[in-house]
Design a protein around this ligand. Structure first.
Ligand code: HGY
Ligand code: MN
Ligand code: MN
Length: 412
């Protein structure tokens, strides 16, 4: 069976970390100079590994094997959150590179076709999973139209600044592939709590996101009596409170919701705010709780608007991501590889984070494997995993890749 090179794996992971490093974390937002620097470096590493490599018109880095037969696509994303960890996405991208090299070095697997990818903007600077949506033809002009980041920069301008305007976009040649496998850090505490080293991911949560805009009347904080106020911030606080009161009544076992971004204007102590906006994001492994949350939101907004005063508008801020079941056939190969390298030390589990695999699964069979996150921390500079778990995860992926392709080519 192919053996990965742990030192080479960790060295490339640490090099990628150095591009956009801030202390122990990484800041490499989609299309930024550091993001594109990392993508150009990845492209060169893919070429050194013997792949035909290119960066497509939305910034996906694609490495295509020259070998014949059914191919397996491996990868993840190399863009990060604004306060990103060094492993979120990056680990799966470097795993793919290392598995390409490990299989090429082994006489029993050197003829197998492993392609590698780093998707663009999985982290929703502009539009969650932008690159994987583009690759499967699910990124429509209407979805791109007018999309801006938190600074107001349009996606079109970001593409131009990154030198990607006019660069051809790639459509996944679906018939080429036996499937897609994404390795990722768990980003939660389940594996660590259970003392397990590998997660075999059975499904990925769905996600919806709403922006509420509150328009009231800016006024003096001393002379404006409470009964006469149209306080946009007070309406925001009331709606947020009522969401936190009502969502638990209709939530599923692993439902989550987050209100992590808000703005109050003019944000001054002695002024009744005339404007506010608030982002709400909610997730679940099934559609029913997501539909129930959407119904609660509609009812609360209608109820508050009926009172008059502050006007509330609720608008989806991104294309929804549907909950996904991952491919049982591919998962069996990952389970067998996990049992070989971590006997009894792995478990099946859902993913509370969304991933590109959730998008790609609409086009070709997809699966995921996790390694533990120390303290369950992620989307924070402190995100980390043990080197020995990083190395183990890559070896499991290499074994799974070899057996998936052996089976696919035997069938072809
Ligand atoms: O938010 C997520 O689930 C992913 O890490 N971007
Ligand atoms: Mn990720
Ligand atoms: Mn992330």
């Amino acid at each position: 069976m192919p053996r990965i090179d742990p030192e080479r794996l960790l060295a490339d992971l640490r090099h990628l970390r150095s591009i956009g490093a801030q202390g122990i974390g990484v800041v490499r937002p989609a299309f930024s100079a550091k993001d594109m620097e990392a993508r150009r470096w990845l492209k060169s590493r893919y070429e050194e590994a013997g792949l035909e490599a290119a960066i497509d018109g939305v910034g996906n880095v694609l490495g295509r094997s020259r070998n014949a037969g059914k191919a397996l696509l491996l990868g993840s994303h190399s863009d990060t959150q604004p306060t990103g960890g060094w492993l979120d996405g990056a680990m799966g991208v470097i795993y793919a590179l290392e598995v390409v090299r490990a299989l090429a070095a082994d006489t029993s697997t050197r003829g197998l076709a492993v392609d590698a990818v780093s998707f663009q903007d999985e982290e929703s600077r502009f539009l969650g999973c932008l690159g994987s949506r583009s690759l499967i033809g699910a990124l429509t002009p209407a979805m791109e139209e007018g999309v801006v980041d938190n600074s107001g920069l349009t996606l079109a301008e970001a593409l131009r600044q990154a030198g990607l305007a006019g660069v051809p976009r790639v459509n996944l040649p679906r018939e080429r592939y036996a499937g897609f496998v994404e390795a990722h850090i768990e980003q939660g505490p389940q594996l660590e709590d259970a003392g397990r080293r590998i997660g075999v991911v059975t499904g990925i949560v769905g996600l919806r996101a709403i922006r509420f805009v509150f328009r009231g009347q800016q006024n003096h904080a001393g002379t404006t009596m409470m009964a006469r106020r149209k306080d946009a911030a007070a309406a925001l606080y009331e709606l947020a409170h009522r969401i936190n009161q009502e969502f638990p009544q209709v939530a599923g076992e692993r439902s989550v919701w987050t209100m992590g971004r808000l703005r109050v204007e003019p944000n001054a102590t002695s002024i009744v705010p005339g404007y506010a906006d608030l982002d709400l994001q909610f997730r679940d492994a099934a559609e029913a709780p997501l539909d129930a949350f959407a119904a609660v939101i509609a009812r609360l907004v209608a109820d508050m608007n009926a009172r008059g005063g502050v006007k509330i508008e609720a608008t989806p801020t991104r294309a929804p991501i549907a909950p996904t079941r991952l491919d049982a056939g591919l998962l069996q190969h990952i389970e067998a590889a996990a049992e070989r390298h971590a006997p009894g030390n792995w478990q099946r589990m859902p993913s509370g984070a969304f991933h590109d695999a959730g998008i790609i699964s609409a086009a070709i069979p997809a699966a995921m494997l996790f390694i533990p996150s120390i303290g369950g921390i992620s989307h924070d500079f402190a995100e980390n995993s043990r080197d020995e778990d990083i190395v183990l995860g890559c070896q499991v992926l290499a074994d799974a890749a070899a057996s998936i392709l052996a089976e696919a080519n035997a069938r072809a």
